[in-house]
Write a protein that binds this ligand. Structure first.
Ligand SMILES: Nc1ncnc2c1ncn2[C@@H]1O[C@H](COP(=O)(O)OP(=O)(O)OP(=O)(O)O)[C@@H](O)[C@H]1O
Length: 532
């Protein structure tokens, strides 16, 4: 095993010894503050009706239940509890010098509240349930103690971090690599949509940290010769409430059967389930619940708005807003892959630099879309909820909920793609005559009424004709894509949007609009430009 022990060995050894000793005053303070939340004494959730779990097979009921849970919890806990200023340093938390240095290199001036409150516990070897707002640094909160433990007791397959989406897994791995750069950590990403053989080879090289999506991990556990997680010391479920829900829960159950019971388990999310049965799925051992926010709180730097209009005007409002907010980096969330694709085509027809991200694209295209958006090559990402959790793209200014999310949890995660790490951001949620009930549940969960985003309705109406024309072109293009896939195109019907024509690498964004290398504003067939 080759965790690089460098010149900081002495300091590391000291830090390690310090860990084994009594907690420092700062640790004591943090521990005292959190002690009251020790889940072993914190069984308010146990009073919840276990029968509610039985309802989980029906999605609508689950959504409703989540929203009801939100309302109850908010009433019980009050509101937002954002980080107070603190002089505590990473060193004070008991972290060894190489990790303190890595934080410095990443320009982390001081630990965030979830880091301050959870890291001392994690270093003490406790299991953690960590709840903190979106963009509050939860990844480092679980990564730093694992890296320290790895340094102290190096072994392959030391930790496994599970995430609900492939893109998030890649991002978490990058965080481990940058925080662990000073100690030579080796990470491996195991996600669906990528070559199994290449992953098997990567696993055979005995990485320290495996970051994965559950389905692909299970696949390797069952089918990759010589691969096991017998030496695993840490298991992390990031976006734990999602991983413990009915989609992923059964796979997690299977995985838990084949990993050591003697391990540490960390559950982290911005929205956590209080259902004991769900938490028990993760087989926690005397966990500490570290809550630095109420379950459904958003950060104060996020300005949230709604817009109410009839369904038929939805695309016109979208185009109007993107015109008004031109120059901002924007994520537009829609409900289905098909609509994501349709909206992208519509916007491209009007000259907007939009790029789609959804589950029916090949993994290569998903990562490509994300990279183009991250790099600013495209500044409008049209996405399904595949992009709603965890993705950390500091440049995002605006989140537009074109379609309402299914429940309040998804709302919290979606709008949390902006206003991260103390930055400001805006979210605008479209509400039509069919969405009022769901929208009201979201407001109830947030415990506040959102303001209406100011618009010039006459200007929106003036756009209608051109938008209608672009809609027709988009539908025709979409039908052509479906037809070409149906005629034996790559991927057949299952992967309707795999082909290059949906995510053209030959496109280039030129000042003021979206153009192809062929010269004319591609897709802008009307020769009109909507962008300002
Ligand atoms: N102590 C710190 N000081 C400054 N920035 C930090 C610190 N810790 C983490 N960050 C940065 O904050 C951003 C958000 O962190 P991270 O992605 O871990 O948030 P999160 O809480 O997991 O959010 P989400 O709930 O959306 O997944 C990242 O860009 C990360 O590099």
């Amino acid at each position: 095993m080759a965790v690089k022990k460098n010149t900081t060995t002495t300091m590391a050894t000291k830090a390690h010894k310090a860990d084994k000793k009594a907690p420092t005053p700062v640790q004591k303070k943090a521990i005292a503050k959190v002690q009251k939340k020790d889940i072993s004494d914190h069984d308010d959730s146990q009073s919840e009706d276990d029968n509610e779990e039985d309802k989980e097979n029906e999605e609508d009921e689950e959504n409703q239940e989540q929203d009801e849970e939100a309302t109850q919890e908010d009433t019980a806990n009050g509101n937002n509890n954002e980080s107070e200023p603190s002089n505590v340093t990473f060193k004070d938390l008991g972290l060894m010098q190489p990790l303190v240095d890595a934080c410095e290199q990443l320009k982390f001036k001081a630990p965030t509240e979830i880091q301050r409150e959870s890291i001392p516990w994690s270093l003490q070897g406790r299991d953690i349930i960590g709840l903190a707002q979106t963009g509050s640094g939860k990844t480092a909160a679980f990564a730093l103690p694992i890296l320290q433990a790895l340094w102290n007791n190096p072994s392959p397959m030391f930790a496994c971090v599970m995430a609900p989406t492939r893109e998030l897994a890649v991002q978490i791995s990058e965080t481990f690599e940058s925080l662990g750069s000073t100690i030579g950590v080796r990470c491996c990403v195991i996600v669906g949509g990528m070559d199994m053989m290449a992953q098997s080879i990567a696993l055979s090289k005995k990485p320290h940290i495996i970051v994965c999506t559950p389905g692909r991990l299970q696949d390797h556990l069952e089918n990759t010769k010589g691969f096991s997680l017998r030496t695993l010391k840490y298991l992390v479920l990031d976006e734990a409430d999602r991983l413990l829900d009915m989609d992923f829960g059964p796979i997690i159950d299977q995985i838990l059967k084949v990993i050591p019971k003697e391990r540490n388990t960390f559950l982290f999310s911005a929205t956590m389930t209080t259902k004991v049965a769900k938490l028990q799925r993760a087989s926690l051992n005397n966990p500490v619940k570290v809550e630095v926010a109420t379950k459904y709180s958003t950060v104060s730097t996020l300005l949230q708005y709604y817009l109410f209009f009839p369904l038929k005007s939805k695309d016109s409002y979208l185009v109007y807003l993107l015109n008004e907010l031109a120059g901002n980096s924007t994520i537009v969330f829609s409900r289905t892959c098909n609509d994501t694709q349709r909206i992208t085509l519509l916007l491209r027809n009007l000259g907007f630099p939009a790029i789609p991200l959804h589950g029916q694209l090949s993994q290569e295209k998903r990562l490509g879309a994300l990279n183009k958006f991250k790099s600013g090559n495209r500044n409008i990402l049209i996405a399904t909820d595949v992009a709603s959790r965890g993705l950390d793209i500091p440049s995002v200014d605006i989140v537009l909920n074109y379609d309402l999310p299914n429940n309040s949890k998804d709302y919290i995660h979606r709008v949390g793609r902006t206003a991260r790490a103390g930055r400001s951001g805006k979210s605008i949620t479209f509400v039509t005559q069919y969405d009022v009930e769901v929208y009201q549940r979201i407001e109830q969960a947030l415990s506040k009424k959102l303001e209406e985003f100011p618009t010039d309705k006459d200007a929106v109406m003036l756009l209608q004709e051109r938008v209608a024309e672009a809609q027709r072109f988009a539908i025709t293009e979409l039908k052509e894509q479906h037809a070409s896939r149906g005629k034996g195109g790559r991927g057949g019907n299952k992967r309707l949007f795999n082909a290059d024509d949906n995510d053209r690498d030959d496109d280039s964004v030129q000042a003021g609009g979206y153009k192809s290398k062929s010269g004319a504003a591609r897709g802008n067939r009307q020769g009109k430009k909507m962008r300002k």
